[in-house]
Design a protein around this ligand. Structure first.
Ligand code: 1CP
Length: 343
């Protein structure tokens, strides 16, 4: 078994495993080159040859302990028949789904596989090409985060459009969540069958919901997805990332069906160490901004993170994705530091 799998299965390990959210991305010149060759961002996601190549780039360069499939959470919406585009400099743009007629059109969770078959192909290729001790993380967006893009047609700070829709059109909203939950179960089962070793669920906009809503529309659909998949694939570990949910992280840590809780950089580390770590293996929470700073500033922060989390099993990662302006030598410094850390 690998260090990463041993750690998240609760076995003793001598140091924390390390990987980064968005570790294949624009901060790497080799990614920018492959991206150019692919054409659009979606072309890259659906080209299994090139998606395999970019997944491997950060593993080859830095020696991370886990790889994450190169794809995007919005592919599942594309596969449901929503028109999705990534516009240079603007991010994702989609045809919004709002009324019963639009919702009926995307009610086809069983039919997503043809469109997504290149992604499954990427997983298969990666399983052949990755070093044996580097497991592959498959992933999907959580229904709430997917719904925010679907309802608003693009990303929105605070997700207010989707939140108002949740309140004002609750029946339609719940129908959307159900469709996305079913599609995500289908999608993740195929990733597992193709060879994914671990699954991560990203609820990047969970923090836009109030506490009651988080439980109902972030936690509950995630619970349904993980529980259903674990019935068929009990040994696949799940990482859940409900970003920015504040003290509701505590509710998530009480849930037993998943394995690792990914924490953002906004939580107080001492609070995490006291309230979350005794109940759940955690992953996080270096603020990605430190990767853009001087070595000395980064080093001080690294010391704090590893010191605060040293008493329980822990996966080193960022509190959110690495940014395009991260310095390569800083990424090297972090990997080197963590590989020399003794727990
Ligand atoms: O120009 C580029 O090359 C596009 C940048 C990029 C990349 C590298 C996007 C566009 N997606 C990705 C890949 C990606 N997305 C991965 C690959 C694996 C890896 O981590 O290396 C993963 C796991 C995601 C997941 C994803 N996509 C999330 C959840 C995680 C998070 O960052 O919160 C979200 C919200 C998206 C949507 C998305 N994809 C891309 C953009 C610009 C956005 C919108 C973000 C926003 O609305 O602010």
């Amino acid at each position: 078994m690998s260090l990463f799998l041993e750690c998240i299965n609760g076995q003793p390990v001598e140091r924390p495993p390390i990987w980064f959210m968005r570790q294949a991305g624009r901060y790497l010149s080799e990614y920018r080159n492959t991206r150019k060759r692919a054409g659009s961002f979606l072309d890259l996601c659906y080209n299994s040859e090139l998606a395999t190549e970019v997944t491997l780039q950060p593993i080859d360069r830095f020696g991370f302990d886990a790889a994450i499939l190169f794809a995007d959470i919005l592919l599942v919406l594309d596969a449901l028949g929503v028109n999705v585009q990534f516009v240079e400099g603007q991010g994702p743009l989609l045809d919004p789904v709002k009324n019963k007629k639009d919702i009926e059109k995307i009610n086809n969770a069983g039919q997503i596989h043809e469109k997504l078959s290149p992604v499954y192909e990427t997983v298969k290729k990666l399983k052949k090409q990755l070093p044996k001790d580097v497991p592959l993380i498959g992933f999907a967006g959580a229904p709430w985060t997917l719904a925010t893009y679907l309802i608003n047609g693009k990303g929105e700070q605070g997700s207010l459009t989707a939140k108002k829709f949740l309140i004002e059109n609750n029946e339609e909203f719940e129908e959307i969540i159900n469709i996305l939950t079913d599609a995500t179960i289908e999608y993740l089962i195929m990733q597992i069958k193709s060879g994914a070793d671990v699954i991560k669920i990203f609820d990047s906009w969970a923090g836009a919901l109030n506490a009651d809503m988080v439980l109902r529309y972030s936690l509950n659909p995630i619970k349904k997805i993980v529980s259903k998949i674990k019935k068929k694939h009990p040994s696949i570990p799940f990482i859940v990332f409900p970003r920015s949910v504040n003290t509701i992280y505590s509710n998530f840590s009480n849930e037993e069906y998943f394995d690792v809780l990914a924490v953002d950089q906004f939580l107080d580390r001492k609070w995490i160490a006291n309230n979350i770590q005794p109940k759940k293996i955690i992953q996080g929470n270096l603020d990605p901004i430190f990767l853009t700073q001087s070595k000395e500033v980064l080093f001080e922060e690294l010391k704090k993170v590893t010191e605060d989390f040293k008493n329980y099993p822990y996966v080193f990662n960022l509190g959110h994705g690495i940014t395009p302006d991260a310095k390569l030598e800083n990424v090297e410094l972090v990997v080197d530091y963590i590989k020399r850390t003794k727990f």
